[in-house]
Design a protein around this ligand. Structure first.
Ligand SMILES: Nc1ncnc2c1ncn2[C@@H]1O[C@H](COP(=O)(O)OP(=O)(O)OP(=O)(O)O)[C@@H](O)[C@H]1O
Ligand SMILES: [Mg+2]
Length: 300
């Protein structure tokens, strides 16, 4: 990523994964002055183009789509321009937003349709590049390539990303050429970890697979671990949360509580802020938006 010194305005090309953890300031090589820096705070303000965050874990049903949609919608409400990219054959992001897009990511990558025809406005400040069944065809296109298949998605998204502050990518469960493509494109990964079931094992496996991609995409890092389906009445839930806090202290977010409103909102085609703005789910996702942007006063 590129960061700009606020004193002398020199641009510095740095690799985020080479910065030691806990660093809060850096020194400009040009003017030798210190300035604050935090990889987890608002990188857009540091002139580095959009932040590109994949919501991913190989395990199914952990809250990836719920998180991608409500994180994207929350960022849009905060005034950022957000593109939500759905890379799942289930195409549920569109459904959750009450949309029924006829075309999306596959048609854009295959150059069958333009960005104007495939990127649809979902809400104020928020656009959707839809997934769905056609993603299966995209997988075949990637598989057939002799070389460069893993950057197919990056080549397309890099062309259109400049109009946005955040690109949030929803991913499908499992490990396939599409998730590999996503990890060649994004620089941050947000991993929802369900506390309802034992997903720690799945997380460790996923992080191992992710590290094989980090050898090629040096800017890729695990940004956030998001505990989901938290229920403080369930002992196991607290146990897994404590373990996660112990293992991933630098990446952990406040948990998203189990909240029946979150499971009802999609059927109404509404984000949680529209469907039940006062519920625990809306409260928890607003907190996530504050964490991701580093803006503690948002929505207060
Ligand atoms: N915190 C929560 N409390 C209650 N229900 C939730 C919560 N988060 C998500 N859900 C519900 O759980 C189900 C699975 O969530 P979601 O679809 O977001 O998971 P996913 O990881 O995207 O699944 P998949 O791997 O199939 O893509 C959905 O019905 C959703 O509405
Ligand atoms: Mg999903």
């Amino acid at each position: 990523m590129v960061i700009t010194c606020p004193h002398c305005h020199t641009d510095h090309n740095i690799q985020t994964n080479q910065i030691p953890e806990g660093v809060s300031k850096v020194r400009c090589k040009e003017c030798k002055k210190d300035f604050p820096f935090s990889p987890a705070t608002d990188k857009k303000q540091q002139n580095s183009g959009p932040r590109k965050i994949a919501v991913a874990l190989s395990k199914g049903g952990v809250g990836k789509t719920t998180t991608a949609v409500n994180l994207a919608a929350g960022l849009a409400m905060a005034g950022y321009k957000v593109l939500l990219v759905d890379t799942d054959t289930q195409g549920q992001s569109g459904f959750m937003l009450g949309l029924n897009p006829q075309a999306g990511l596959t048609e854009l990558v295959n150059k069958e349709l333009s960005a104007e025809e495939t990127i649809i406005k979902a809400r104020d400040n928020m656009w959707l590049l839809a997934g769905g069944k056609s993603i299966a065809g995209l997988k075949r296109v990637i598989d057939r390539k002799d070389y460069g298949g893993e950057v197919t998605l990056a080549e397309t998204l890099t062309r259109i990303e400049k109009n946005f502050d955040y690109i949030i990518v929803d991913t499908s469960p499992g490990w396939d050429p599409i998730i590999v493509n996503v990890l060649f494109y994004v620089t941050e990964v947000l991993t929802p970890v369900s506390l309802e079931v034992m997903t720690l094992q799945g997380l460790v496996e996923f992080l191992k697979s992710m590290s094989s991609i980090q050898k090629y995409n040096k800017d890729l890092s695990l940004g956030y671990i998001l505990p989901t389906f938290f229920d403080k009445r369930v002992k196991k839930s607290i146990g897994i949360l404590n373990k996660l806090e112990e293992l991933y202290a630098n990446n952990i977010c406040n948990p998203i509580r189990y909240n029946v409103r979150l499971s009802e909102a999609p059927a109404n085609g509404q984000t949680i802020y529209e469907f039940a703005p006062g519920c625990n789910g809306a409260h928890d996702y607003r907190d996530l938006v504050r964490k991701v942007t580093g803006k503690e006063k948002l929505f207060m």
